[in-house]
Write a protein that binds this ligand. Structure first.
Ligand SMILES: [Zn+2]
Length: 61
């Protein structure tokens, strides 16, 4: 058995937030809006329970 075990968490997946309701970190983006030119607001919805979460991202130049 020489299977490579990839127990390492995917950084792309792990970077996200966890749902405050069910703890899931699988979201899909409902909409993206730019705020004040350098901030991005994202409304996400939990894939499991449908809980909406709003996140703000700052663009680093
Ligand atoms: Zn949820």
């Amino acid at each position: 058995m020489n299977k490579t075990t990839t127990t390492k968490p995917d950084p792309q997946e792990r970077r996200g937030l966890a749902c405050p309701k069910c703890g899931s970190n699988h979201f899909f983006v409902v909409y993206t809006r730019r705020v004040l030119g350098s901030k991005i607001m994202r409304s996400r919805e939990c894939k499991h329970c449908g809980r909406r979460v709003i996140t703000y991202e700052t663009v680093a130049y």
